[in-house]
Design a protein around this ligand. Structure first.
Ligand code: MSP
Length: 466
């Protein structure tokens, strides 16, 4: 069996899941289900990032121990993914025992191979806890982090260094030749551009932060949270025979970590590089940045309550091209839901199903094969390139064409035999659509299949209008 191994970022447990986390996770689930449907041993890994100053601070604010706080919030992520029908193979937490062990082995290897300087040195920098990263003066606006509106901490301590600069040439080579494929191409060029400007060695340890994984070669330090967090992918992959990963799906905000830092770490210990890192864009809500202060944060629960599980999965990925920045608004999402799902797919299935129940068929009607069908071919290759919204346009067109065909044929006016013959032609094409949409709409696809195989009698609309 061929394998496919995809990952989402592991999310910080300082806060509950929102539409941003949902967006990435649904996309990763859709692509993994696509490969599963093609009978690959396809696995999706997701989880939570639980160490570091940001989590320690959040826990303190709630008067809880970090681990207890992490337990509570990671449960919320699990609930959210369950409600969205995310089919992951493991929910990894950076506080899991095997992760701590494997992260320490990894760090030891980095040290033994000379990728980490043998002795700590003074490291000075401006640290944004919200980002869990050092920021340059140029990135700040009036001395504040523009994303968090907070003043970064003046960090000055003896830290261990990862020698990023020793690997820039090798990295440039693997990235430019797509051995480590970065997509979209514009992002690949961005990363290559930054590499050309030169990179500095980075601090990878903390002397004064207890809430983290101890460095195996110096127990008085904990690992910088990003370094051990990246290893989560390898914790799962290496123990389950699926390393290297086929895809790391990330937001553009964390692409640098997933290519330059993670790439260096893997090259340094001689492990395989992920085949592809895809960075999707960032979205605003009604034109504004999503923030608690503005009060426009959308939760996964809000989405499922409004559109149902499959509806929520669909509208997120149909709204704008994956890889580009975009905007979500309830108006826009409602429009997509009503047009594509209620009036499109839902209505098509309902009108044909009504006629279907007039007949008995000796043989179960099967999905059309889709072989040598240009639309189906291009749909599939678009999905493989993660061009979800573009791929869905093809289905929309197919549904529209079917509607026109039905309107022209007026099957409700036909005699029994002709009507039956018409259904024998049309139902397989609807089943093919259900099949193609299965990664997006797993429950709906199954319902449609069951309806047209006579297993269930149903008259409830698949997608009630909003
Ligand atoms: N813990 C790190 C990732 C470590 S991976 C080894 C982290 N966590 S996070 O909770 O902040 O999640 C970041 C991810 O959430 C982004 O990369 C992106 O996938 C998603 N998004 C959060 N807000 C988003 C938007 N407004 N728009 C699109 N995606 C967003 O970073």
């Amino acid at each position: 069996m061929k394998k496919y191994f995809a990952t989402t970022p592991i999310y910080y447990v300082n806060d509950v899941p929102h539409i941003g986390h949902t967006y990435t996770t649904v996309a990763a689930d859709v692509i993994t289900r696509y490969w599963k449907q093609k009978t690959y041993d396809a696995r999706l890994l997701t989880g939570t990032d639980e160490h570091g100053a940001k989590i320690a601070e959040a826990a303190k604010k709630h008067s809880k121990k970090p681990k207890q706080y992490a337990d509570e919030i990671s449960d919320k992520f699990k609930e959210a993914w369950k409600s969205l029908n995310i089919d992951y193979v493991r929910f990894i937490r950076t506080t899991d025992e095997d992760h701590i062990r494997i992260a320490q082995d990894f760090l030891q290897k980095l040290y033994d191979r000379g990728a980490i300087d043998p002795k700590p040195r003074l490291y000075k920098g401006l640290y944004c806890v919200g980002h869990e990263k050092f920021m340059s003066k140029e990135e700040l606006v009036n001395g504040l982090c523009p994303d968090h509106q907070t003043k970064p901490i003046e960090h000055s301590e003896e830290n261990y260094y990862l020698k990023l600069s020793n690997y820039t040439q090798q990295l440039e080579e693997v990235i430019s030749t797509d051995k480590l494929k970065i997509r979209p191409i514009s992002r690949k060029n961005e990363i290559l551009g930054k590499l050309k400007q030169g990179v500095e060695d980075i601090s990878i340890s903390r002397a004064n932060l207890e809430w983290g994984i101890q460095l195996p070669f110096d127990k008085s330090h904990t690992s910088y949270v990003w370094i051990e967090a990246l290893i989560n992918y390898y914790t799962y992959g290496s123990q389950n025979g699926v390393w290297p990963a086929d895809l790391h799906l990330v937001g553009k905000d964390i692409l640098w970590f997933h290519t330059i830092i993670w790439g260096t770490m893997l090259l340094a210990i001689g492990e395989g590089l992920p085949k592809e890192v895809f960075a999707h864009g960032f979205f605003t809500i009604n034109g504004q940045k999503m923030s608690k202060t503005i009060g426009n944060v959308i939760s996964p629960q809000d989405l499922v309550a409004k559109y149902g599980v499959d509806g929520a999965r669909y509208v997120l990925l149909a709204a704008f091209p994956f890889g580009e920045d975009g905007d979500f608004s309830w108006d826009a999402l409602n429009r997509i839901y009503n047009a594509d799902l209620a009036n499109g797919l839902g209505n098509l299935v309902a009108r044909i199903y009504r006629l279907f129940t007039n007949h008995t068929f000796n043989h179960k009607l099967k999905s059309a094969t889709g072989e040598n069908n240009i639309r189906v071919e291009s749909y599939k290759s678009l999905i493989e390139d993660l061009q979800f919204s573009v791929a869905l346009k093809i289905i929309r067109k197919e549904i529209k064409d079917l509607d026109i065909e039905i309107n022209n044929a007026k099957p409700w006016e036909l005699g029994t035999n002709e009507q039956k013959a018409f259904l024998q032609r049309i139902v397989p094409r609807i089943l093919l659509i259900a099949d193609l949409l299965q990664p997006f709409l797993p429950q709906t696809a199954e319902k449609i299949l069951k309806q047209f195989s006579g297993q269930v009698k149903s008259s409830a609309p698949l997608f009630p209008r909003i």
